[in-house]
Design a protein around this ligand. Sequence first.
Ligand code: NDP
Length: 407
Amino acid sequence: MNKVLIIGAGGVGNVVAHKCAMVPEVFGEITLASRTVSKCEAIAADVKMRTGREIATAQVDADNVAETAELIRRTGARLLINVALPYQDLTLMEACLEAGCDYLDTANYEPKDVAKFEYSWQWNLQERFLSAGRSALLGSGFDPGVTNVFTAWALKHHFDEIHTLDIIDVNGGNHGHAFATNFNPEINIREVTAECRHWENGTFVETSPMSLHQSFTCPEEVGTYEIYRMYHEELESLVKHIPTLRRAQFWMSFSPNYLKHLEVLQNVGMTRIDPVIYQGQEIIPLQFLKAVLPNPGDLGERTKGRTCIGNVITGVKDGQPKAVYIYNICDHEKCFEEVGSQAISYTTGVPAMIGAKQMLEGSWRKDGVWNMEQHDPDAFMADLNAHGLPWTCVELTPDQAAAFQVA
Ligand code: NDP
């Protein structure tokens, strides 16, 4: 019987726990651990109510390798699903190596004191995972995650060569708060205030944050939104593993209201991550801001509307130019009804469960450290349809595809 250890009991951890519990033939014994054990217990009670399954809970400090390794041994876990924060990626990978366990996460490592995220630290563990006979799957959320698999699937079934990729992440949801972030505010604000980078003819080109935007009309009447070009971590692995890519860009929708609040918060220094002294005590403004903002895990109850995340891909097939758009639409209220979380947590947690399923079933379990697009996409794509994130692929006309070729 497969034993798994989920670490992190936030919005995403809640979804992963529920979705794993719904697939008992793969996830035989589940332990949910986090820093605050009461959050694990609340999730476990909800899982029991909705699915009838018991899951174990535990307290752990994921920054502490020895403590986490001990928990892995105690639970007998074969796979650790990391849905804590990107700060914990390296300590959790170390703990897996120490205790003999496979590893999966949904976001790449980021040091606490530098707003910089990249794969290098985790890719550097390749030799150690190989020689230990352990497998790690990086970035098994939606973006990164499903967007990587969409690209791999398009390459396998629709193209001989991919030339351009535009990942478009629209959240058409409304939570009714003046300002809130849909996932961990600290990570979210670090991401959207970073310099923009996109791939252009063999190199990353840097531009000012949010300096390029355009209007995008989602399919299935999700609506028309302003999308902003920004850097996103899957670009780094995709351009490495798909060398024919000439341009790769990532776009995300933001409402004027979100951007107005963010600008003010930045201007007054509330998004800083260096310590300031307040009444004799060191505080990090961004961490303080997180404490006063709504908890993303609590947004589900009041969020209405849908998300629409997908890839516009162009390239050639049999010598002819071709373009496709592959997307998923997810309804916030339906997610809340199913697992008690909004769609941002749902669209991250479901692919984490599906990635874990591929590893436990063996098809994605290869020694070493892997990104999503390096595995065969077909079973993962089928599981998206089976477990709550159905997708659609449409062919685009050259004119439609050209709308995204923004210089
Ligand atoms: P939350 O902040 O809601 O939850 C994080 C959880 O991790 C909390 O339960 C927190 O505990 C726990 N945690 C933090 N530090 C430690 C520690 N040292 N030891 C043990 N537990 C710890 O975040 P989300 O659920 O919104 O996001 C989870 C992950 O998913 C993040 O890495 C995020 O970047 C990623 N993500 C990925 C996406 C994708 O599409 N790929 C999209 C959205 C998110 P406590 O409650 O005590 O603070």
